[in-house]
Write a protein that binds this ligand. Structure first.
Ligand code: COA
Ligand code: ZN
Length: 325
């Protein structure tokens, strides 16, 4: 059996939270529908944060129930920064939440207006309250490689925070390279240390492609035994509170990397291209990861022979032809 790689697409949240062009609730729903049609099984739909902090996510309570009604088989996750966010998410019918803890004092202050100690306590309390409500839980450990304000993040702190979030009941710990500064060597070292402390199946990675290292970092994570990844279709993404954070590792690049290396993702590349086409219309600018030109060329030249379009939810992955030569 092929090894399965599990991808959570974070485009509707990490991708859209920082865009100049405002995506409507209907556009967001349409994007999530295209992701699900491409075979994506898990999506971070939105965040229940202060609308003053992130106006693009102000429609969270409107969007989430619509997504869950239309796509009941999809794992719909939402980001919550505090208890108020959890309460709002629960009232909107959330089944899965993610708390966001940064590994440094300054990044927590900039992002959620709390110091590190308070952010740890709030994240623990929010996780425990979510568990009591029967929700599935993820915990981000943000700036787990470098912080834009404090430089390289100490590895022992990343391990310690991950363990604390695990003890507080997080089902999944998401190790995030928020500004996209990691290298494959760092990923190997850090994910190696983390898998000594926490089962690999409970760990996920979240890369940004700021320096073009996203795919290489994903490979290093795969080699360290990690099988859970965040990625963003079209590579859209970035944190408004972390200077220098560019787009996420593109879902299409990660799917291509994984499938061409013998892993199965269950995700259709032509289906992802359809999602990117829609996102481009909405955001009115060209999108796509490193592989986008080649993928489009394949689609345009395939004329239906080996590039079938997706027909519904969770169909088997459609392989693109191998590169010539
Ligand atoms: N959702 C909506 N409103 C919220 C909220 C939430 N989760 N948490 C707090 N608020 C409201 C409060 O009710 C209060 O409203 P009021 O002014 O009408 O009385 C206001 O926000 C200030 O509350 P306070 O607890 O003092 O929050 P703050 O100003 O210290 O901001 C956060 C803290 C966490 C709410 C804010 O920094 C935030 O939303 N950050 C999100 C950052 C983010 O999304 N980053 C990108 C993803 S990593
Ligand atoms: Zn991110």
């Amino acid at each position: 059996m092929m090894d399965r790689v599990h991808i959570t697409d974070v485009a509707p949240r990490d991708g859209l939270q920082n865009q100049a062009v405002h995506a409507s609730t209907a556009h967001k729903l349409a994007l999530v529908e295209r992701l699900a049609a491409a075979g994506i099984g898990s999506v971070e739909i939105t965040s229940f944060v202060s609308p003053k902090a992130v106006p693009q996510m102000a429609d969270a309570a409107d969007l989430l129930p619509q997504v869950q009604a239309r796509l009941p088989a999809l794992r719909s996750s939402v980001l919550v920064p505090n208890r108020k966010g959890l309460e709002r998410a629960h009232a909107a019918g959330a089944h899965e939440i993610a708390v966001v803890l940064s590994a440094t004092e300054t990044m927590n202050r900039k992002n959620i207006n709390m110091g590190l100690d308070e952010a740890i306590a709030v994240s623990e309390q929010t996780l425990q309250a979510a568990l009591a409500l029967g929700l599935r839980t993820r915990a981000y450990v943000a700036v787990a490689f470098d912080c834009p304000f404090e430089g390289e993040t100490p590895l022992d702190r990343v391990v310690d925070l991950s363990l604390r979030m695990t003890k507080a009941g997080a089902h999944e710990i998401v190790i995030a390279d928020t500004i996209g500064s990691a290298s494959p060597g760092m990923v190997k070292e850090r994910m190696g240390a983390l898998t000594q402390a926490i089962a690999a199946d409970k760990l996920a990675v979240h890369f940004h492609d700021t320096r073009g290292m996203g795919a290489a970092n994903a490979w290093a994570a795969l080699e360290a035994g990690i099988r859970r990844f965040d990625a963003s279709v079209g590579g859209i993404g970035g944190c408004p509170f972390a200077p220098g954070a560019a787009g996420n590792l593109a879902t299409e690049d990660l799917v291509l990397l994984a499938e061409r290396s013998g892993f199965s993702t269950g995700i259709s590349l032509p289906g992802l291209l359809d999602a990117i086409d829609l996102a481009q219309e909405v955001l009115q600018r060209p999108l796509g990861g490193r592989s986008i030109a080649w993928l489009r060329k394949q689609r345009d030249s395939a004329s239906g022979t080996h590039l079938k379009r997706p027909q519904g939810l969770h169909q088997s992955p459609t392989q693109l032809a191998p590169p010539p030569g």
